[in-house]
Ligand binder design. Structure first.
Ligand SMILES: Cc1cc2nc3c(=O)[nH]c(=O)nc-3n(C[C@H](O)[C@H](O)[C@H](O)COP(=O)(O)O)c2cc1C
Length: 327
């Protein structure tokens, strides 16, 4: 299994293409109590902000048909506590650790990116751009100009750490999403990159939760204290597959930008769909709440699928979706 699943994600070598999604598995390696981390490709940390955050009041997680809703509000320990209490443990985590970063201004992101760049055992950071920009209010991930600036500024402080951008699903339509994807990978106004470096993101992670809400019909009140939240889990999966498909076809395939599929993976078939649509790896979040060992089962299923498909390595199946002839 080892060789057939070994994955090179923008220069970060993973044992297999199955990672734990940001915010669903504790701050760092807490899932290690329930899941053998040496059998997965990697962990994405909780999104870390410059200052600690309490997040939203409860209720802030709810089951829903086909998934769950959350309005955690980026509760996290903050950068100082991350550097003091978690960063020293990273070298001993038995899998790759990707640092997730959130913020409400470009300075916020840059401060956390610079600090994570100093943590040697973190080979890449993932920017969670589904956060409102205090200057203007729109999410960074829905504003190509703001995203370009954000990526350019973060790039400047990353010396050896790879830069991944986790796109927001809320932008309307494939054309607009491709435009956003391009602004993350080739930010406007960036200097031409050297042969081995990119001016912007080295991989795109697609995507985050979809805005959603639930109502208690007896009390006639919203079920989440925050009123609205984000939908994750199986209900999100077909939506996320299409987003990966759209970005792969419109932009990523030709530019050689690796994609990570995120949304509703609970069985290996879901991960395989993402791979055929164009993803080089997948992240699993909500699936962990139902079965903490599901990432290992997904990796085992992918290995058997790769053997049946007669490929030496799973990467040979990336983007190998067979589309019907154009009518
Ligand atoms: C409880 C919870 C907390 C989350 N926290 C974060 C976070 O801190 N940063 C982030 O980028 N995404 C966060 N997400 C989104 C997930 O990383 C993932 O993109 C989303 O849940 C879709 O994947 P899934 O269907 O496998 O859960 C969170 C999701 C859940 C359910």
């Amino acid at each position: 299994m080892a060789e057939s699943l070994s994955t090179n994600l923008a220069g970060v070598i993973l044992r297999n293409p199955v990672l734990l999604a940001a915010g669903t598995a504790g701050t760092l390696d807490e899932m290690g109590d329930a899941l053998d981390l040496s059998r997965i490709g990697g962990i994405v940390t909780k999104s870390i902000t410059r200052r600690p955050r309490e997040g939203n009041p409860t209720w802030r997680i709810l089951p829903t048909d086909g998934g769950m809703l959350n309005a955690i509000g980026l509760a996290n320990v903050g950068l100082d506590a991350f550097l003091r209490d978690y960063a020293p443990k990273v070298p001993n985590v038995p899998t790759r650790v990707i640092g997730s970063i959130a913020g409400f201004s470009i300075d916020d992101y840059v401060a956390v990116a610079a600090a994570m760049d100093g943590v040697e055992a973190i080979p890449a950071v993932e920017l969670n751009v589904s956060c409102p920009n205090v200057h203007g209010g729109a999410e960074f991930g829905s504003d190509a100009a703001a995203l370009s600036t954000l990526v350019r500024e973060c790039r400047k402080v990353l010396t050896s750490t790879r830069l991944f951008v986790k796109l927001s699903p809320i932008v309307a339509g494939p054309v607009r999403l491709a435009e956003i994807a391009r602004s993350a990978v080739e930010p406007a106004g960036s200097q031409p990159a050297g042969p081995n470096s990119r001016p912007g993101a080295e991989a795109l992670c697609i995507s985050n939760t979809l805005p959603a809400m639930a109502i208690d019909v007896e009390s006639r009140k919203p079920r989440l204290a925050n009123v609205t939240g984000g939908l994750s889990g199986p209900a999100l999966h077909p939506v996320a597959v299409k987003l990966v498909h759209d970005v792969y076809r419109a932009f990523a395939k030709d530019s050689g930008t690796p994609l990570v599929g995120i949304g509703g993976v609970i069985r290996w078939e879901h991960a395989a769909e993402f791979i055929l649509a164009g993803a080089s790896a997948v992240e699993i979040g909500t699936g962990l709440f139902a079965d903490p060992r599901c990432p290992i089962k997904v990796a085992e299923g992918l290995a058997r699928w790769a053997a049946r498909q007669r490929v030496g390595n799973i990467s040979e199946l990336v983007g190998r979706l067979e589309l019907p002839e154009k009518r």
